[in-house]
Ligand binder design. Sequence first.
Ligand SMILES: *[C@@H]1O[C@H](CO)[C@@H](O)[C@H](O)[C@H]1NC(C)=O
Ligand SMILES: *[C@@H]1O[C@H](CO)[C@@H](O)[C@H](O)[C@H]1NC(C)=O
Ligand SMILES: *[C@@H]1O[C@H](CO)[C@@H](O)[C@H](O)[C@H]1NC(C)=O
Ligand SMILES: *[C@@H]1O[C@H](CO)[C@@H](O)[C@H](O)[C@H]1NC(C)=O
Length: 261
Amino acid sequence: MNKILLLQLIILCSSRVFLTTGRPLAADGNPVPAPAVHREVYADGRMFDISHRVTKELPSWDSKDGLGQFLFSLASIKNGSVVNASEMKMSVHTGTHVDAPSHMFDNYSDAGFDADTLDLEVLNGPALLVDVPRDKNITAEVMMALNIPKGVRRVLFRTLNTDRQLMWKKEFDSSYAGFMKDGAKWLVENTDIKLVGLDYLSVAAYVEALDTHLEFLASREIILVEGLKLDNIQPGLYDLHCLPIRLLGADGSPTRCILIK
Ligand SMILES: *[C@@H]1O[C@H](CO)[C@@H](O)[C@H](O)[C@H]1NC(C)=O
Ligand SMILES: *[C@@H]1O[C@H](CO)[C@@H](O)[C@H](O)[C@H]1NC(C)=O
Ligand SMILES: *[C@@H]1O[C@H](CO)[C@@H](O)[C@H](O)[C@H]1NC(C)=O
Ligand SMILES: *[C@@H]1O[C@H](CO)[C@@H](O)[C@H](O)[C@H]1NC(C)=O
């Protein structure tokens, strides 16, 4: 091949590779996109994603194996379809999620108090992130000592679960920290809190999980947000936004939750 032609070819190729995007080209001639970035914090450090990414490794209630496969392909570009399209299958109590009154009460279930009826006004508004003592579950005594002012309607309780990184371990750990029944009862009777958030799969400690949920959900006024990701955030006052999926008839729903400083 003529040397000048070869040189021109090299310049042509290298300019396509390096001058357009600085990235290599795929077989179809388009640049290979840079790998996507998965973020926890947005808006120059003012907006925090406090929901857990749904992965196969998420812990799942009473299971050693975690969530496992939850996405299934219906159509795939690699297989010659024009689109990628998937379906999913998982518990409505997977990862970061809310509980509806129908989760615990058959009469509320019959009356239709499902995930779609949860009050968006409660799920969105000013919220306090507090650290609770690491050496106890959340009892009435602990609640009293936290001294949460009247008028505070949304509280995210950060516990030993965050330090232990329990939501990042696929094996379910029943020794997680949470509310004891008397702690829930004290909250219901003595505070204005209508949204209770916690950093493991249940707001209620395992030993009293059922009774504690009953205390919280009996009035249908309190929304429970479970499986929050509260790592690396300063305690204090934020704007909370939680938007569960409108699952008709469901006793819970996965939700995205964010905090804005
Ligand atoms: C792609 O096609 C192969 C062979 O028919 C099949 O085994 C595989 O399940 C398909 N994958 C998807 C994602 O549809
Ligand atoms: C598209 O489908 C393929 C399977 O054929 C899968 O490997 C890939 O992750 C899918 N991409 C998205 C964004 O779903
Ligand atoms: C719903 O049932 C529970 C017990 O299962 C009972 O304590 C509660 O009073 C009932 N609520 C209403 C509104 O009927
Ligand atoms: C909280 O209760 C669980 C049982 O539900 C127990 O295993 C755990 O040790 C308790 N946590 C603390 C900090 O006392």
